[in-house]
Design a protein around this ligand. Structure first.
Ligand code: G6P
Length: 471
């Protein structure tokens, strides 16, 4: 494959390999916000994407899908256990999400993280042309910027962090805290979701590495003397609104939304949650609040059904196994207490769904519940808003999401405060149409104007400025 001028490096390729029962191979869109955000960017450039195909021990040659050149990086089953399930998702993920689950610190996992980050850096170094640009993504690959710079000093390197960066008091727990900061500082521009994330990062750099910092620029000492500027600031990510708007306007999708309502017994209000099944998402909190509203008779199953789509995620990590048990027990209890032959309290779907079905669900939902305890951005909130062309519907949004900085007209909640969450749900359920319209119009303006193209061009412009300054 010819060298590319622009290479994205992310833990996952935008597609996962799936093999059906009869051995047939196919490719399915990868889960999560990162792929959703970057896919449209890739269609606009002559670039390549290096990442993992989602299965262990798979040695694949580079290939092309939908005009995107893909460079698979192989992970052995030990790598999957120690780097992906271990260090990335049982150390960094919980630590960076405010230790909602206890992070596990294991030296073998760290060794695997270094080893696999080196493999990604080597794949990118091989794929990119002279003086080209590499854009590294997310917490799985925090060492890649520095490793890549050592291999290819000619490159311009960007890094975007899709999840929160923790306050220094928490970050300081990490036994490898200095190495991770140095890894990130290999980039020219380090992007975060919220201004607060960038501030926490810069505080960690100041306190741990003692580098000089002016505004959002760190002066990183280079071997042989002098310094190199590294910009660290926020670039709030968004979605490509077009497919959501187009699907929402399609008569068959609208008919499907009506069918979903019908299938649920035509309740007056449908509440919706859409998440990967993750402890950061506050799914338990919203189920608890909804259950108490039913217990107290403030809501009834005739009036109100809550649909929770929880797509399976990281199913071999203990914290996720426990979470699933807890959620499924809570759902079964509430349904057992409140369901009738015609109505259900909570329709729980532990399944991923195609985008068409998701848009039909967004259209069917009167209230969207985004109650994350901590979330880098939360693109589901933006997807819901993008589909609501009729300016109806209410977004209940946790203040601990990146999206809360922008989506100010949502009904804001602290999901830890169950009474407050219950009141917010009631406010949303009872909100008059005029107020729904006033809020939704403002939300839509924000989401439609600041879409994923605005995000990527802001980031790539900042990267271009650093490159130009370097000459
Ligand atoms: C979040 C992360 C992504 C990740 C996605 C899905 O959105 O920021 O980096 O890819 O979750 O998680 P998974 O572990 O399945 O890749």
């Amino acid at each position: 494959m010819p060298a590319a001028e622009f290479v994205v490096v992310a833990n996952r390729l935008p597609v996962d390999r799936v093999v059906s029962g009869d051995g047939e191979e196919s490719w399915r869109r990868s889960p999560g916000g990162l792929v959703a955000a970057l896919e449209p960017v890739m269609h606009d450039v002559d670039g390549a994407w290096a990442g993992w195909a989602g299965q262990p021990d798979l040695d694949l040659a580079p290939f092309e899908i939908d005009g995107i050149r893909l460079i698979p990086v192989t992970l052995s089953s030990t790598d999957v256990e120690e780097y992906y399930e271990g260090f990335a998702n049982d150390t960094i993920w919980p630590l960076y999400h405010d230790v909602i689950a206890p992070p596990q610190y294991h030296r073998e996992w760290w060794d695997a993280y270094v080893r696999v980050n080196r493999r990604f850096a080597e794949a990118a170094a091989k794929a990119v042309s002279d003086g080209g640009t590499v854009w590294v993504h997310d917490y799985q690959l925090q060492l890649v910027p520095q490793l890549l710079r050592e291999l290819r000093p000619d490159l311009t390197i960007g890094y975007f962090h899709h999840i929160p960066f923790p306050a220094h008091g928490l970050y300081a727990q990490l036994p490898w805290r200095d190495q991770v900061l140095q890894g990130l500082l290999g980039a020219d521009v380090i992007g975060f979701q919220r201004a607060q994330d960038a501030t926490y990062f810069l505080t960690a750099v100041r306190r741990r590495l003692k580098h000089e910092i002016k505004a959002s620029t760190v002066s990183v000492p280079v071997p042989g003397g002098g310094t190199r500027p590294v910009v660290a600031r926020s670039f709030p990510i968004s979605i490509d609104t077009r497919p959501y708007r187009e699907l929402a306007a399609r008569p068959d999708i609208q008919a499907r939304a009506a069918e979903i309502r019908e299938g649920l017994g035509n309740p007056k209000r449908i509440l919706l949650g859409v998440d990967r099944l993750d402890y950061t998402k506050g799914i338990r909190h919203r189920i608890k609040a909804f259950g108490e509203l039913l217990d107290q008779g403030r809501l009834s199953v005739e009036d109100c059904t809550f649909v929770q789509v929880a797509s399976p995620s990281r199913e071999r990590v203990d914290a996720y196994v426990h979470l699933r048990d807890e959620i499924e027990l809570a759902v079964a209890r509430i349904n057992g207490n409140h369901d009738t032959m015609d109505h259900t309290a909570i329709r729980y779907l532990h399944q991923g769904h195609p985008r068409e079905e998701m848009v039909a669900l967004y259209l069917a939902a009167d209230v969207m519940l985004v109650t994350a305890l901590r979330d880098g951005m939360n693109l589901v909130a933006k997807e819901y808003v993008a589909t609501r062309a009729d300016n109806r519907g209410v977004l209940v949004l946790s203040e601990f999401t990146g999206a809360a900085d922008e989506l100010r007209q949502a009904v804001r909640v602290n999901p830890h405060d169950i009474e407050g969450l219950k009141d917010a749900i009631m406010t949303a359920v009872e909100m008059p149409a005029a107020e729904q319209g006033r809020r939704m119009r403002a939300l839509r303006k924000r989401v439609l104007e600041n879409d994923v193209t605005a995000w990527s061009s802001a980031f790539l412009t900042a990267l271009g400025e650093v490159r130009a300054a370097r000459g």
